[in-house]
Ligand binder design. Structure first.
Ligand code: ARG
Length: 460
């Protein structure tokens, strides 16, 4: 078993149960490339400041690069007895290059090192996830374009409310995902801060140059308080929060796709290649991808809550509890990236079925338009609402539409009704009428589609 790098004061070996309980290398090994990048920058700075020689720096950098190659090739063996990725890399380096390796940990601690690695990892992942969100937006935009003439019922309380363009509904999600991208982008300056050089918690008496390390690693800022730098996981929480919100959006989208593909709705078709069958019922074509995305949102919420709770009682500065931030963080990164990728691919395999009329039969979803018609004729809205309400009440349940009533009957409800009233009840004209900024009128939607096409740079 490898000797622990901190075992100077110890005369006994660690109990094997403790080794197994406390190791993190089985999961933090994914930080290895960042750990190595951080160590290379650190060694360069140590040499520049005259703390190690330039030959020692060269040996360290060469050794670390070899180790990275082995890790990438999958031939590097991580030893759980060395606890974590940091000790594994440092241990392997010293084994390889000897005494120079023992100088690498000068003026740093695992506490600032782990914060550094996590920040380097996360800033990269955030950029990847922003890109994946954009891909999903593009897929949705393409679907919206393809079916831009389709009118669907818009719902409130899961009841038909007013007709809207299918494209308008898709654009609503594109807006949500745009905010998700903005949230991530706005979090980057808070992730992109160098904690290295804070050491265990107090800083160091050695003459280091933290600005040089920040420059080398592309950090926009250097942390200003050594205790904050090693004790802070706000940036992890912020990401987990953003991931939870992305998950919530994906879950709502999934829920709608599941409903729309369902037997009662029959509004969309999801291509077979994105559906799964039943082991017993031969006829089944189930939307499992969307269901899994809806389900996985649970983990995204769970990961946020678990790190929030883990952090809440921790006194400054570092506590080992904080090692528990990694698995939730990695899981949220993987879950969100996986969900975004598969949802984008699935959306590209969705067809909207033309259905129109039957869907609106008896739902009086033109009622608000009738009320607005009366308003335009000078009737106060509250009164107009009551008049149309009475009309609906009298027609409902009789399979009679308000536009089936002749003008004379309609005038008995309100003398303001004229012969142009019947056209108001047409679903297309209901949609066409919603010209207010942000409304579903085709002219508006067309403009939005064009604007998003430019913004997303899509060829849709
Ligand atoms: N594996 C540890 C973590 O993830 C690294 C920091 C350990 N520091 C320490 N003082 N034990 O948090």
């Amino acid at each position: 078993m490898a000797k622990k790098l901190w075992s100077g004061r110890y005369s006994k070996a660690t109990d094997s149960m403790v080794d197994r309980y406390s190791e993190s290398v089985s999961f933090d090994c994914r930080l290895a490339p960042y750990d190595i990048a951080g160590s290379v920058a650190h060694a360069k700075m140590l040499a520049k400041c005259g703390i190690i020689s330039s030959q020692e720096k060269d040996q360290i950098v060469r050794g670390l690069r070899e180790i990275l190659k082995e890790i990438e090739a999958g031939t590097f063996v991580f030893d759980p007895a060395l606890e974590d990725v940091h000790m594994n890399v440092e241990g392997a380096l010293t084994k390889r290059i000897g005494p120079a390796g023992e100088k690498l940990h000068t003026a740093r601690s695992r506490n600032d090192q782990v914060a550094l690695d996590t920040r380097l990892y996360l800033r990269e992942q955030v950029a990847v996830i922003i890109g994946l969100i954009a891909e999903l937006q593009k897929a949705m935009l393409k679907l919206a374009e393809k079916h831009k003439g389709s009118i669907i019922p818009g719902y409130t309380h899961m009841q038909h409310a007013q007709p809207v363009l299918f494209a308008h509904h898709m654009l609503a999600y594109i807006e949500m995902f745009e905010r998700d991208k903005a949230r991530l982008t706005e979090s980057l300056p808070r992730i992109n801060v160098l904690p290295l050089g804070s050491c265990a918690l107090a800083g160091t008496g050695l003459p280091i140059d933290r600005q040089a390390v920040a420059k080398e690693l592309g950090f926009a800022a250097v942390s200003r308080n050594s205790m904050d730098a090693v004790a802070d996981r706000d940036f992890v929480l912020e990401f987990l929060g953003s991931a939870a919100i992305i998950g919530m959006h994906l879950s709502r989208l999934s829920e709608e796709l599941i409903l729309w593909a369902g037997t009662e709705f029959k509004m969309i078709d999801i291509d077979e290649s994105f559906c799964t069958g039943s082991s017993i019922m031969p006829q089944k074509k189930n939307p499992d991808v969307a269901e899994l995305t809806r389900g996985k949102t649970g983990r995204l919420y769970g990961n946020l809550v678990s790190v929030l709770v883990m952090m809440k009682g921790l006194p400054l500065a570092y506590n080992r509890d904080m090692q528990e931030d990694k698995e939730p963080l990695f899981d949220s990164v993987d879950t969100v990236a996986g969900a975004l990728s598969v949802m984008a691919a699935m959306v590209a395999h969705v067809e909207v079925k033309e259905h129109k009329r039957i869907r609106f039969d008896g739902d009086f979803s033109y009622a608000t338009d009738l009320a607005e018609y009366l308003v335009a004729k000078g009737v106060p809205f509250r009164k107009a609402h009551a008049i149309v309400g009475r009309l609906v009440g009298d027609c409902a349940g009789k399979a009679v539409e308000i536009y089936h009533l002749d003008l004379q009957t309609l005038k008995s409800y309100a003398p303001e009704f004229e012969k142009d009233v019947h056209a108001i009840c047409d679903i297309d004209s209901c949609v066409r009428a919603k010209k207010s900024f942000g409304g579903t009128a085709p002219a508006n939607v067309e403009k939005e589609l064009r604007a998003w096409k430019t913004k997303l740079g899509s060829k849709a």
